[in-house]
Design a protein around this ligand. Structure first.
Ligand code: ARG
Length: 586
């Protein structure tokens, strides 16, 4: 990576110039904000001069003289109050572009210290409606897993499905009285959700129904054979259908350790926490109170009363007075497991912003239990409907992954039918799956995860603009060049010479793929990579308009074909990191 190489050099130049860097001072190099003066820039001399109370420009000069002169930069200049600007040389760029075409991983360096990272994402609840949060979690989580693996981390993906909980009281009662078994075989998730909603509504009206549901739940929790059998069947059928959807989306999990997996660990966990005085008994319940080690403002176990403005305790309940365990209890048992069994260095939770307090409490409790594993809640906002309100179906239901994917593929298929290009039905189906699924994924991943975004079918499926079809089409265009040449059998040679500004601009963009990829993990933001790919596609189109590829010759032709090949690879690899597949034609 040029940025990393320049950072190293700059660091060495400070030493060579005899300037001792103060403790904690880190030299940083960034992409230039204005490329007229260079490709990269650093404000290190300015910041240091301030600390040392010397003249920043003079300090920058001193550093510049101490920088090793070689082929990485064609020019180092000083601008304004002491910015150091670096212009990468065409020779270094040419070498980089060739390296990209020669390496299956597009010459992206691996991290120096690989970690074991558990990523907890998707995690829908069985027999309950899926909502947009599960869509966002699924795509963001999958992308982060792909990027982390790609840069060399050991990643374990775990779908912590909500397969245990009070909803099963209603489901079991519904199973015994309302279920349509034919429908259940065909569309298990939909039929279970239908039953759940029906019974839920009845229980609200009729006390007797509620009592029946509670009785079924208690029987299940006490191990009643019939109810356990029904519960198991609900989970099994749902997972079969879920895995089919994940398959369509090309998403895989290493584990499906749902909440029920931890059932036997919950009672011992509570006993242990009580014994270690991390939890206390309060009105018959086992709860975790604040330990007072942080200020009230930062304390997840304290809350401010809206009216009196007084701070009051907000404990995490781990066992209710009726003996029942809660969501947080399971999460603590899950952390124990992930640390003990998988030796997790980090655990990432890709879950919507409304669960922020839950995770702050769970992480703080885990720390008090002695865990040093780094835990991060990777939160996200909502998806809004085209009207800017909560995203709902026409009948007012919440929209889940299943409905969205189905409709996306249908729409992409209709578009493929319109453009009859001699493709077979099977080919069209495959293209529709790739474009449909890819469009929904890209609409998600090109957004800042923390902001709400508007869901628009027309926008996300459009061939124009920052969309998956646009990027996939850019890839298709790079491939079609090679198909036109010598029956697709072109051998690239090593004579690459970048001379035209459009060639240099494209090479520079290509070189930045590694940086864009690594930057995704700085703050868990897939949109860094999505936006990079969009810029790359634009840069490629400008290059293609400015430079003839097919009717050029010799070194010029080889250079341009190498640029096309590198673009093709980076687009495919980059889209792949977003979880988006490509097609050779569309
Ligand atoms: N099933 C939960 C929900 O739908 C998400 C679970 C997230 N993971 C966790 N370990 N709590 O809200």
């Amino acid at each position: 990576m040029f940025r990393a190489a320049l950072t190293d050099r700059l660091q060495a130049a400070f030493t060579a110039a005899g300037i001792a860097l103060p403790e904690g001072f880190s030299v940083s190099v960034e992409l230039a904000s204005d490329t007229r003066f260079g490709d990269y820039q650093s404000n290190a001399a300015m910041i240091l001069a301030k600390q040392l109370k010397t003249n920043p420009r003079a300090l920058a000069e001193q550093i510049k003289t101490a920088l090793p002169v070689d082929e990485l930069c064609s020019e180092v200049s000083i601008a304004g109050p002491g910015f150091l600007n670096f212009r990468i040389s065409p020779v270094a760029l040419a070498t980089k572009v060739q390296a990209i075409t020669a390496d299956a991983g597009c010459d992206v360096v691996k991290v120096a210290q690989p970690k074991t990272i558990v990523i907890d994402f998707s995690a829908p609840n069985i027999a309950k409606p899926m909502h947009v949060g599960h869509i966002r979690s699924t795509f963001i989580g999958d992308c982060l897993a792909r990027v982390s693996r790609f840069v060399g981390h050991q990643v374990i993906t775990d779908n912590h499905v909500g397969d245990w909980g009070t909803q099963f009281g209603m489901i079991i009662h519904g199973w015994k009285t309302q279920l349509n078994h034919e429908e259940l075989k065909k569309h298990p998730i939909q039929e279970l959700v239908r039953t759940y909603k029906l019974i839920n509504a009845q229980a609200k009206e009729d006390e007797a129904v509620l009592t029946l549901c509670k009785t079924e739940l208690v029987k299940l929790q006490q191990g009643d054979a019939e109810n356990l059998e029904i519960w198991k069947e609900c989970v099994r059928l749902t997972l079969v259908q879920l895995e089919e959807v994940y398959g369509t989306l090309d998403i895989e999990f290493d584990h499906y350790l749902g909440e029920s997996f931890y059932n036997d660990a919950l009672a011992p966990l509570v006993t242990d926490l009580l014994a270690r005085e991390i939890a206390t008994l309060s009105e018959g319940a086992a709860v975790i109170f604040s330990d007072g080690t942080v200020g009230v403002d930062d304390d997840p176990f304290m809350t401010r009363d809206r009216e009196t403005k007084e701070w009051k305790p907000l404990p995490l309940i781990i066992q209710k007075s009726d003996g029942g365990f809660l969501y947080g209890t399971t999460d603590l048992a899950t952390i124990n497991y992930r640390v003990q069994e998988w030796k997790a260095d980090e655990i990432w939770y890709v879950v919507g912003a409304p669960q922020q307090l839950h995770f702050r409490q769970v992480f703080a409790a885990a720390k008090r239990m002695g865990h040093t594993t780094e835990m991060t809640h990777i939160a996200f906002g909502s998806i809004l409907g085209p009207d800017g309100k909560m995203f709902k179906t026409r009948s007012g239901e919440t929209v889940g992954l299943l409905e969205v994917i189905e409709e996306a593929i249908e729409r992409a298929r209709a578009a493929a039918d319109e453009k009859e290009q001699g493709l077979s039905d099977t080919e069209k189906d495959e293209i529709a799956r790739i474009i449909g699924g890819g469009s929904v994924k890209y609409a998600e991943l090109s957004q800042n995860r923390l902001t709400d975004y508007k869901f628009s079918w027309d926008k996300m499926l459009s061939l124009q603009g920052n969309t998956a079809p646009y990027l996939i089409n850019a890839y298709v265009r790079t491939r079609s060049i090679f198909r036109k040449l010598e029956g697709g059998n072109v051998t690239l040679t090593t004579d690459v010479e970048l001379t035209e500004p459009a060639e240099i601009a494209l090479a520079m963009k290509l070189a930045q793929f590694a940086e864009a990829t690594h930057d995704v993990l700085i703050d868990h933001r897939p949109n860094t990579l999505a936006n990079y790919l969009y810029e790359l596609a634009n840069t490629y189109h400008s290059f293609y308009e400015a430079c003839h590829v097919l009717n050029s010759e010799g070194t010029v032709r080889n250079t341009r074909l190498t640029l096309c090949e590198a673009t093709s690879r980076v687009l495919k690899t980059g889209l792949g990191l977003l979880g988006i597949q490509t097609t050779e034609r569309m």
